[in-house]
Design a protein around this ligand. Structure first.
Ligand code: GLU
Length: 427
C-alpha cells in the first residue's frame, strides 16, 4: 500500500497552521505566506546504471520558508515519495527550527528511488548528479541539506564533495550529517534518537512516570528508532518491542538493544525479524507486527518509521501513556484527536525529533568556524536547547489549555510572524 496516493500531507500541515494563526491573530500577510512553499524545484536527471543502461530519476528540493535564516532539511530517498510529501516535510522543518529556536528556515529534498535496489556506485552517481541539479538552491548560506529516510553520512559526503568540486575548494558547511572525518559533528549520528530520549524524560516527569523501568515500544529501527531505543535503554527503560518493515520482536523483560543492533547489522541483514532475544510479533507478518506494536500496553510509544502510521483506524487501540513522535508526521489529524481524548500525552514531531536538526545546526556552526567541539560539549548544547524548547511548549500547553502539538505550533508561528513582520516585504 502506498502512503502517498492522496495529496493530503501538505494540506494537513497547512490546515493546522491556518487554524492556529487564526486563534493567535497572526497577521494575514504572514499566514498567507506560510500557505505556500517559497521555492519548489523538480528535476529529472539521467543516471548511468552499472549494466550500462541510463535511467531517468525524479528529484525535488523544496524551500518552505526562510524568514529566520538559511533553509534546512533532509534529503529522502524513497520509492513512494511525492512532491506533496516533500512540501509537507519542508513546512514541518520551518516549524521545527522555530520551535527549538535555531536560526534556520525549513526545506526538504527527495529522490524517487529505492536505495536498497541500487549498488553503491549507482547511489553515488545518482547523488552527485542530483546535487548538481539542486545546486541552484543549496549552499552553506542559503539551503543546507542533511540525511533523512534512505540517506546517510556517506550520501552527505558525496554531496559535500560534488558541491566543493564545483566551487574549487572544500565547503563542509553545505551539508550536515557528514562523516566525522570530513567535518561531521560528534553526536550527530544518534542526535535524533538522543533528542527523543531527552524529550521522553521530560514528558515522563509530567506524567509522573519513573523512566527507570518504564516500558517502551519503538516502531522503526533505522537511524532514529535504533538510537532512540539505545538511549532509552541506557536511561533505564525497558524496551519491550521493536518493529520494522520486515517484522517485530518482543520481550516483556526488555530487549537487549546492543544485541539487537548487532543482530540487525549482521545475521538479520538490516532487519530485526528473527532476533533470538525476543519473540516474533504478528505471527511473523510485518504488517501485523507493526499493528501489534502500536497497540501494546506500555508507558512510552515511539513511532520512528514513516508518516501516517497512527490513523483514525488504529488510534483507539493505542495504550501508551506517552507518544514521542520520532518520525515526521506519524499521526494523522483524526488520530491525534483520538489520542488526545484518551488522555495520552503526544509530544509532536516538530519538538520530539528536533534533536537531529539541533545537532545539524551545531555541526554547521563548527564547520563555519572550522573549530570542532567534543561530544560532551555537543550533547550539553543539545540537552539545553531541547529542554528549553520542551519547557516553553509545556508552558503554552498549560497556559492556553491546548495540546502539545498546538502549543508547539503556537511557539513556532509567533517566532515566524515576528521575523516576517520585522523584515517586512521586499520591495
Ligand atoms: N531529516 C531530519 C529531520 O527531519 C534532519 C534535518 C536536518 O538535520 O537538517 O529533522
Amino acid at each position: 500500500m502506498s502512503r502517498n496516493t492522496e495529496e493530503q500531507g501538505f494540506k494537513n500541515v497547512k490546515e493546522l497552521i491556518n487554524d492556529i494563526c487564526g486563534q493567535m491573530n497572526i497577521p494575514e500577510i504572514c499566514r498567507v505566506r506560510l500557505m505556500e512553499c517559497e521555492r519548489e524545484l523538480t528535476v529529472h536527471f539521467p543516471v548511468r546504471m552499472d549494466d550500462g543502461r541510463v535511467e531517468v530519476f525524479t528529484g525535488f528540493r523544496v524551500v518552505h520558508n526562510d524568514s529566520r535564516g538559511p533553509s534546512k532539511g533532509g534529503i529522502r530517498y524513497h520509492p513512494d515519495v511525492i512532491l506533496d510529501e516533500v512540501r509537507a516535510l519542508a513546512a514541518l522543518m520551518t516549524l521545527k527550527t522555530a520551535v527549538v529556536n535555531i536560526p534556520y528556515g525549513g526545506a526538504k529534498g527527495a529522490v524517487i528511488c529505492n536505495p536498497e535496489l541500487l549498488s553503491q556506485t549507482e547511489l553515488e552517481r545518482l547523488t552527485r548528479r542530483y546535487t548538481v541539479e539542486i545546486s541552484l538552491l543549496i549552499g552553506p548560506d542559503s539551503d543546507v541539506p542533511a540525511p533523512d529516510v534512505g540517506t546517510n553520512p556517506q550520501v552527505m559526503a558525496w554531496i559535500m564533495d560534488t558541491y566543493s568540486m564545483g566551487k574549487g575548494y572544500s565547503v563542509p558547511a553545505v551539508v550536515t550529517g557528514k562523516p566525522l572525518d570530513i567535518g561531521g559533528s560528534e553526536g550527530r549520528l544518534e542526535a535524533t534518537g538522543h533528542g527523543c530520549t531527552i524529550i521522553a524524560q521530560l514528558a515522563a516527569k509530567q506524567k509522573q512516570i519513573n523512566l527507570e523501568g518504564a516500558t517502551v515500544a519503538v516502531q522503526g529501527f533505522g537511524n532514529v528508532g535504533s538510537a532512540a531505543a539505545r538511549w532509552l535503554a541506557r536511561a533505564g527503560c525497558r524496551v519491550i518491542a521493536v518493529a520494522d518493515v520486515k517484522g517485530g520482536t518482543y520481550n516483556s523483560k526488555g530487549l537487549n538493544i546492543e544485541d539487537l543492533l548487532k543482530y540487525r547489522n549482521g545475521e538479520g541483514g538490516g532487519f530485526v525479524a528473527g532476533f533470538k532475544g525476543g519473540e516474533a510479533m504478528g505471527n511473523g507478518n510485518a504488517k501485523l507486527a507493526n499493528a501489534e506494536l502500536l497497540g501494546l500496553p506500555c508507558d512510552i510509544l515511539v513511532p520512528a518509521a514513516l508518516e501516517n502510521q497512527i490513523t483514525a483506524a488504529n488510534a483507539a487501540q493505542v495504550k501508551a501513556k506517552i507518544v514521542v513522535e520520532g518520525a515526521n508526521g506519524p499521526t494523522t489529524p483524526d488520530a491525534d484527536r483520538i489520542l488526545c481524548d484518551k488522555g495520552i500525552l503526544v509530544v509532536p514531531d516538530v519538538l520530539a525529533n528536533a534533536g537531529g536538526v539541533v545537532v545539524s545546526y551545531l555541526e554547521w556552526v563548527q564547520g563555519m568556524q572550522s573549530f570542532y567541539w567534543d561530544e560532551t560539549e555537543v550533547n550539553n548544547y543539545l540537552g539545553g536547547l531541547m529542554t528549553k524548547a520542551f519547557n516553553k511548549v509545556l508552558h503554552i500547553n498549560e497556559d492556553e489549555k491546548v495540546d502539545m502539538r498546538t502549543a508547539a505550533y503556537m511557539v513556532a508561528l509567533r517566532r515566524l510572524a515576528t521575523a516576517m513582520m520585522t523584515r517586512g516585504i521586499f520591495p
